[in-house]
Design a protein around this ligand. Structure first.
Ligand code: Q46
Ligand code: ZN
Length: 303
């Protein structure tokens, strides 16, 4: 197995590109992909302040590392969601990486700062922990980015994530979600910050390789609530397809972005955006879900 670029000894083979790379050429390929994605979708440039969402897993750690190494103005943001040992370990990994590399990091702890407990809320509202957790994360990422004057919120979503989400949305024809599935989600309100996914063409395996080569510490464990999630089943199905027909995931995503997504633009939910009467953040209801969570949690501790 020879490296396609330098003809040295290849150490990673990427079936979908029918190409092997040595370590240095793999890093060249990886950097190139990220730079191309940022440029092609006009995600941001070196003057912009970028808030990078960090979970402590390989994808977000790879994103943080590469953007910082390329000289982008990045600040990491980590949210402690109160998920037992998983949260404690991931916070440690993220804080130690920031400290060792002299990187800016914002840490939010939903229990300490807002009195929120995703398990209690899930019981009280009869909603899954992931749905509560997702609402809290989306709210805080946007609020911190808006309050801090950031130009974009960057997440480590990879090709496997994007293809699995797309498959799920297609299977139930979620028109609103299909309209919004994109590597760049432009702001639709002055208080909503643009969202970007610079790693959307790189696979989980490539991100893993990137963090291993660069000796970046990351949390190997998945969130315990991810186990059994539908998205994992979709990933398994896509992996099977990929085995038989390399390049399926990438074709699925790129052809959707080129040919499919535009057909959903006019069905984009025309929800009226308002500002929450308590916190001023963007919502479709009088009081945003985050403020309702806080109110409910406080009522419950008083009782
Ligand atoms: S939503 Fe659910 Fe994730 Fe929150 S509870 Fe864990 S798995 S972290 S992406
Ligand atoms: Zn609010």
């Amino acid at each position: 197995m020879k490296c396609v670029r330098c003809k040295g000894k290849g150490i990673i083979y990427l079936k979908r590109h029918n190409a092997a790379f040595c370590q240095d050429c793999f890093l060249y390929y990886y950097n190139n992909q990220v730079k191309k994605n940022i440029k092609r979708h006009k995600m941001f440039d070196k003057k912009d302040k970028i808030l990078v969402v960090i979970s402590g897993g390989k994808d977000s750690m790879a994103l943080w590392h590469i953007l910082a190494s390329e000289g982008y103005n990045v600040t990491g943001m980590y949210i402690n969601l109160g998920i037992g040992q998983y949260s404690d370990k991931s916070q440690q990994v993220v804080e130690s990486f920031a400290q060792k590399n002299g990187l800016e990091l914002i840490v939010k702890d939903i229990k300490k700062e807002y009195g929120l407990d995703i398990y209690k809320l899930s019981k009280l509202l009869k909603r899954s922990t992931c749905s509560i957790c997702g609402s809290i994360k989306r709210y805080l990422f946007n609020k911190v980015a808006y309050d801090g004057g950031f130009s974009a919120v960057a997440t480590g979503h990879n090709l496997d994530d994007e293809a699995a989400t797309l498959l799920g949305n297609v299977l139930s024809w979620e028109e609103g979600y299909l309209a919004r599935q994109s590597p760049v989600l432009e702001s639709t309100h002055p208080k909503l910050v643009k969202k970007v996914k610079p790693l959307y063409t790189l696979t989980e395996r490539e991100n893993l390789f990137y963090v291993l080569i660069n000796k970046i510490e990351f949390l190997h464990d998945e969130c315990p609530h991810a186990i059994g999630a539908r998205s994992i089943l979709y990933k398994e199905v896509l992996n099977r397809l990929e085995e038989e027909s390399p390049g399926t995931k990438q074709r699925f995503i790129t052809s959707f972005l080129e040919k499919g997504r535009r057909h959903f633009q006019d069905v984009q939910e025309k929800l009226e955006l308002k500002e929450c009467s308590i916190c001023g953040q963007v919502t479709t209801t009088e009081v945003c879900s985050f403020c309702r969570f806080v109110r409910l949690s406080n009522q419950n501790t008083e009782n």
